[in-house]
Design a protein around this ligand. Structure first.
Ligand SMILES: [Zn+2]
Ligand SMILES: [Zn+2]
Length: 183
């Protein structure tokens, strides 16, 4: 594994193709995520399998990375709090430049540009960005999840006809008046 000088599975050595526009290499790796990718609500947990397929292409500004990442995210349904597992298949792309690109004063930081030392590409940030962007803001166990009963917290999916006797507040006021009179 001469291309893997670092302990991070996201790091790829590109010394042989850097500064040779047109040269490229494909990477196809499957490894356990060293760190969780995502948020507390939904994300790819640390240790879960991450599959990365990408092409590393030498261009005049650095190395252009494009490809895809696949993993399974685990989250909590935003309505019923059940565990949700979803397959993430996200496009990965970014330019790795040895020099900051567009460092002019009023230019905004260009998106998808990462710096590298000319030898090792660390794809962790570009993979993290791709995965986080692909995750739903509020995961649902199914699109029509009915959620929980707001009275007792029961799962409405298990008991669709679930209902409580609800006494109209006006009736209950009347009821307590009658009770007062009687006593
Ligand atoms: Zn649900
Ligand atoms: Zn209930």
């Amino acid at each position: 594994m001469s291309h893997r000088p670092s302990t991070s599975p996201y790091v790829f050595q590109v010394r042989d193709i850097v500064r040779s526009p047109g040269a490229h290499r494909s990477v196809s790796e499957s490894f356990p995520a060293p760190q969780a990718l995502g948020t507390d609500i939904v994300g790819v947990p640390s240790g879960a399998a991450v599959e990365l397929d990408a092409s590393l292409e030498s261009v005049s500004d650095g190395i252009w990375v494009s490809g895809s990442v696949r993993a399974q995210a685990i989250g909590e349904c935003g309505r019923c709090l059940d565990e949700v597992r979803l397959d993430v298949d996200a496009a990965v792309q970014g330019l790795f430049a040895e020099e900051p690109v567009g460092s002019g004063e009023d230019e905004e930081e260009p998106e998808d540009v990462f710096e590298f030392d000319g030898e090792n590409l660390d794809l962790e940030d570009v993979v993290r960005d791709a995965v986080v962007t692909a995750l739903p803001f509020t995961p649902l166990c199914r699109p029509d999840c009915p959620g929980l009963c707001d009275q007792c917290g029961a799962r409405l999916a298990d008991d669709p006809d679930h209902a409580h006797e609800v006494i109209d507040p006006r009736w209950s006021a009347l009821q307590s008046l009658t009770e007062q009179k009687e006593s």
